[in-house]
Ligand binder design. Structure first.
Ligand code: GDP
Length: 424
């Protein structure tokens, strides 16, 4: 069976933890979109890890980790990451890289920096990992597929051609040093040698796996609100964050995705620019940020402090709907244990009217949160294993949220570890 683990919100919902947990029963875990721009934090028997490119299933020795064609593949970062986990005692993972995945080129990272610099105060708050320039080139059809590394003639011609184009921009638009095609070709030869042992026709591999009844997990990056079509455009990421895209970014039939586990966090956090209706500020935000996640809400890739907010029923209902949710995993609930009262955003007031439908970006910018305050449970719920054992107000919070978003919360995460989970 194929299952997808995806985010309902702005990312950082705890997908890594849920994937790592579900991977115990899985054979194959696949990354199908995004690149090394976001990170998953995982706490397990080997320690605490921040993964950017590897799927969260790499810590088991029974799983195969797959980098699908939809990923922005940064080859040196992938290999750096493999080395960093193996150095810490994790068994060398089984990894397959799609021959159709495209490569993040060194100039993508540069263009990402140069463009953010040029935009100044209008910048997107990019992590400068080269993701937007990468996907622009992919769709402009001047990207490099992994398979192309193995065709020397094609590679030489294409490197020269692409450098010509890029150098016009570098010289006249950004006034930066030009690319040297010879040097770039050498870099790509290095990439070829690194990736060669892992290259695979992933869709054919997965076709066999599906027929054999293997357990397959698709691991999404970021969340619905960062989707380029359905998110808060233009403050979005450059590849689709929806479970549906799992079919494309991995190369499996859409009807094989039987379960969509949407990870939804018990409060809100976001990185980068863009409207964030339930955002809070000052000491209230600092305290939640300090207590949030596992050791504070700071970006796994950049270390940037995340923007904080109360749970947003409007955004999460929409986030779950667009994912096609069959199950909600409600995470980091333990963090809210310090609060006497917990505000929840139950509607948006836009131009004097209250709505629970998530609006397009221009209307979203004008939205004010309609808050409802629920009583807190004011104690530590870590270590609780059964739903019935949760404090009454905690169950009320979960059931309130479930009713507002309209999708079943079947898992409640009450700590960062693999075992900190309550099934309902
Ligand atoms: P992802 O990108 O969706 O995987 O999310 P991140 O890894 O960026 O952020 C989730 C953070 O919350 C990580 O530090 C996790 O270890 C932590 N985390 C996940 N689930 C829980 C939970 O239920 N409780 C607590 N306290 N931390 C959690």
């Amino acid at each position: 069976m194929v299952r997808a683990v995806v985010g309902a919100n702005w990312g950082d919902e705890g997908k890594g933890k849920i994937t790592d947990m579900l991977a115990k029963e899985a054979d194959i875990i696949i990354r199908f979109q995004g690149g090394a721009n976001a990170g998953h934090t995982i706490v397990n028997d080997y320690g605490k890890f921040a993964l950017h490119t590897l799927p969260s299933g790499v810590f088991y020795d029974h799983t195969t980790s797959v980098i699908g064609n939809g990923v922005a593949l940064d080859i040196p970062r992938l290999f750096g990451e493999i080395k960093s986990i193996v150095d810490r005692g994790v068994p060398t993972p089984k990894i397959l890289v799609s021959d159709r995945a495209q490569i993040v080129m060194p100039y993508h990272v540069l263009f990402d920096q140069y463009e953010e610099e040029r935009l100044g105060k209008h910048s997107f708050g990019s992590t400068k990992s080269g993701i937007a320039p990468f996907y622009s080139d992919k769709y402009a059809k001047i990207g490099f597929q992994v398979s192309e590394l193995f065709d020397e003639e094609l590679l030489r011609e294409k490197v020269t051609r692409v450098c010509d184009t890029k150098n016009i921009l570098l010289e006249h638009m950004y006034h930066k040093p030009l690319l040297d095609p010879k040097e770039l070709l050498e870099t790509l030869h290095g990439y070829r040698d690194m990736v060669e042992p892992y290259v695979c026709d992933v869709s054919a591999f997965l076709d066999r796996a599906v027929r054999e009844g293997k357990e397959i997990l698709l691991e999404g990056q970021l969340g619905t609100l960062k989707d380029p079509d359905h998110g808060i455009y233009p403050m979005v990421t450059s590849s689709s964050t929806l479970a549906a895209y799992g079919a494309i970014g991995a190369g499996i039939p859409p009807y094989e995705i039987k379960k969509i586990i949407t990870v939804c966090k018990a409060y809100s956090s976001a990185v980068g620019a863009g409207a964030f209706v339930s955002e809070i500020f000052g000491e209230e935000a600092d305290e939640l940020r300090r207590r949030g996640g596992d050791g504070g809400e700071f970006g796994a890739t950049t270390g940037r402090p995340r923007r904080m907010g109360w749970f947003d029923c409007v955004a999460s209902k929409y986030g779950c709907r667009l994912q096609g949710t069959t199950d909600v995993a409600f995470t980091v609930l333990d963090v809210l244990g310090y609060l006497e009262e917990i505000p929840v955003c139950v509607g948006y007031e836009i131009d004097g009217e209250v709505t629970t439908d998530f609006p397009v970006t221009a209307r979203l910018e004008r939205a004010k949160p309609v808050l409802e305050t629920l009583p807190g449970w004011n104690c530590d719920i870590r270590g609780i294993k059964k739903y019935e054992d949760l404090p009454e107000n905690c169950k009320k919070y979960i059931e309130f949220v479930e009713e507002k978003i309209g999708y079943p919360i079947t898992m409640v995460s009450n700590g960062p570890g693999r075992g900190d989970i309550i099934y309902r």
